[in-house]
Design a protein around this ligand. Structure first.
Ligand SMILES: NC(=O)c1ccc[n+]([C@@H]2O[C@H](COP(=O)([O-])OP(=O)(O)OC[C@H]3O[C@@H](n4cnc5c(N)ncnc54)[C@H](OP(=O)(O)O)[C@@H]3O)[C@@H](O)[C@H]2O)c1
Length: 270
């Protein structure tokens, strides 16, 4: 099994889901550029996976919240690697919030979560999409990591859920706009359930790493989903997201209603 893309640029590759999937890409022959803020992690990644057959590994330190620097970073990446055919936006953070104690709600934390998980994704999409569109007719893609919590809010991390739900809505709309434009860029959404990574460390310390499914099991299922062809890999729900969190059930109804609304708007000439 292999991704259909030859070179993937991965944001959030220094730990957890990003590290593990990026390693899987390299091991299965896809070249990568791993991005994150922690240089020592990127150096470790290059050290461990840099000599893996034909696939190449490059790394770059970048903070996605540095919005003004994003266009120049995208230009630099494509100057250096004009053959990037997939951009994987996976960086993210999660913080707790309790509206029963509004005096303790830290609005800077709220803003940082929205900036990292949503606003930065919009800026990255605007900067990177044109480089993929220019490669038409070659098929390229953008992959976005949202979450099962884009579908069902978990009350302790409601702002996090809201950022993922916002991203999910944008992705649904963006995918149809690009489809209508016969675009060569496929929009892929990966929906992890809870997975054992560092995401939960901030709130739970070392215990955080035991929340959710084992990372290696997640990686195998997610990778298999990403490797599917045609429309089958546009949405990749993993494990509990499929059933318990509603992807195979009411989420399908919601998406059908969205398609009906698109048809209605077309009939009205809008
Ligand atoms: N683990 C779960 O239970 C779970 C469930 C559903 C969805 N997800 C999503 O999966 C994605 C990966 O999370 P994870 O679970 O693998 O957590 P993680 O181990 O904490 O990884 C988060 C990654 O995001 C990067 N990142 C965070 N802020 C960044 C910034 N400002 N600029 C650049 N990179 C930044 C981190 O790199 P640096 O710190 O080196 O910058 C790290 O590589 C996230 O979008 C998360 O919301 C996770």
């Amino acid at each position: 099994m292999q991704l259909q893309y030859k070179k993937v640029l991965v944001f959030g590759a220094t730990s957890g889901i990003g590290w593990s999937l990026t390693a899987k890409f390299v091991e299965t022959g896809t070249s990568v550029i791993a991005i994150g803020r922690r240089k020592e992690r990127l150096d470790d990644f290059a050290e461990q996976y840099g000599k893996n057959g034909d696939a190449t590994v490059d790394t770059a330190v970048f903070d996605v919240t540095d919005l003004k620097a994003i266009p120049e970073f995208a230009r630099h990446m494509f100057d250096k690697h004009p053959d990037i055919d997939c951009v994987f936006l996976n960086s993210g953070l999660q913080r707790a919030i309790n509206w029963a104690e509004p005096e303790k709600v830290d609005l800077e934390t709220v803003d940082m979560e929205v900036l990292t998980n949503y606003t930065a994704y919009m800026h990255l999409t605007k900067a990177f999409l044109p480089y993929l569109q220019k490669q038409t007719p070659k098929e390229t893609s953008m992959i976005y990591t949202t979450s099962g919590l884009a579908l069902i809010p978990l009350i302790s991390v409601s702002n996090y859920c809201a950022t993922k739900a916002a991203l999910h809505h944008t992705i649904l709309a963006m995918r149809e706009q690009l489809r209508e434009a016969n675009s060569n860029v496929k929009i892929i959404e990966l929906f992890p359930p809870a997975v054992q990574t560092e995401l939960h460390d901030f709130e739970h310390g070392e215990k955080g790493k035991s929340i959710g499914m084992p990372l290696n099991e997640f990686t195998e299922e997610a990778f298999e989903g990403l490797c599917k062809k045609g429309t089958e890999n546009e949405q990749v729900p993993v494990q509990a997201v499929k059933t318990f969190m509603g992807f195979n059930g009411w989420e399908q109804e919601r998406q059908k209603t969205m398609m009906k609304m698109i048809e209605q708007m077309k009939q009205q000439g809008r």
